[in-house]
Structure formats: C-alpha cells, structure tokens
Design a protein around this ligand. Structure first.
Ligand SMILES: *[C@@H]1O[C@H](CO)[C@@H](O)[C@H](O)[C@H]1NC(C)=O
Length: 168
C-alpha cells in the first residue's frame, strides 16, 4: 500500500505531555524529523489531547503557530499535521469559538474529525460542520497547510492558507 494513500490514517504520536512531563522535550517539533515521519505516516498528532474548552483550543493554536516553521513544511497531500479533533457541537465552546475552530482547522489543512454526539447536535453547529465553503478550503487539492503570516501583539493573528486556486 502506498504510504501516501489519503485513505490511510496512521496515528504516530498521541502522548499527553501533561501526563508524562519528561516527554515534552522528546516530543518537541524541533526534535522530530517530519520529513521522515511523512515517509511512513499520512497523519500524525502534534500535541496534547484537545479538551472541550477555549483554553485548550487556544493552547493548540498557539503551539501550532509557535512551531509552524517545523510543522508547515511537513504537510502536504497525504501528509497531514493533526492538531486533534473538532470539538464543535459539544458543550465547551461559544458560537464564536466554534466558528474559530472550524476556520482555523480548515486553514491548517487539518483532518476534520468530529467528536460530537451525532444524535444531539444543535442545527447551527451541524451547519458549521457541513459548511461547504469552509470545507473546500480544508480540502484544497494543493494540500498545503496555512500558517500565521502576522502576529499582532494586541492579540490578533492573521493566518493564510496557500490554495491551489490562488496559484492558477
Ligand atoms: C530527516 O529525514 C530525511 C528522510 O529520512 C533525511 O533525508 C534527512 O537527512 C533527515 N534530517 C535530519 C536533520 O536528520
């Protein structure tokens, strides 16, 4: 089987640094050869398990931006950084925070794995998870991961996805 078959997802790293503090350095992106990881895996978790809260979400976003120089070049078709699940449709995020996760996960070309109970989801969250225009950014055939292009000290970040349609 081709190691780059998009239908295969291998989870290589799924260790909670908070549970095993001494692994934090071992798991640092600075010490992971993502070129080598991408030879064997289609997707890999980068960081701690996401929780159903804005604090956790922001932690993942900040981590991804802080190490984007290592993470972004590794991403491409059949090789995806996985910042962990979407928590949209659960109970911990406000509507604005749900929209933020959907937008950022799409820009980051992240696997869009839902964690909500499909039997009980409010229509607004369901519509967000099914938003075709946002999903189209996530599924862009270039497969490139978007990254932070500008950090504004007052707390705003600007991210940009490289999209195939922009290059044509
Ligand atoms: C990373 O892995 C690739 C592919 O195996 C290899 O060519 C490269 O030399 C490695 N880089 C480092 C810094 O070890």
């Amino acid at each position: 089987m081709s190691p780059h078959s998009p239908s295969v997802v291998i989870i290589l790293l799924s260790v909670s640094p908070s549970a095993i503090p001494h692994l934090i350095t071992v798991m640092s992106p600075l010490q992971v050869n993502y070129t080598e990881v991408a030879e064997y895996c289609n997707s890999w978790r980068n960081f701690d398990d996401i929780q159903d809260s804005w604090t956790s979400l922001k932690y993942v976003i900040d981590f991804t931006a802080a190490f984007q120089d290592q993470l972004v070049p590794a991403a491409g078709r059949g090789a995806w950084n996985d910042p962990d699940m979407l928590v949209i449709g659960n109970f911990g995020l406000s509507w604005a925070q749900e929209v933020t996760q959907m937008a950022l996960w799409s820009i980051m070309a992240a696997p869009l794995l839902m964690s909500n109970d499909l039997r009980n989801i409010n229509p607004r969250s369901q519509a967000l998870l099914q938003n075709q225009e946002v999903i189209a950014i996530n599924q862009d055939s270039l497969g490139a991961q978007g990254y932070r292009v500008l950090k504004v000290i007052t707390s705003s970040d600007i991210l940009s996805p490289p999209l195939l349609s922009r290059l044509q």
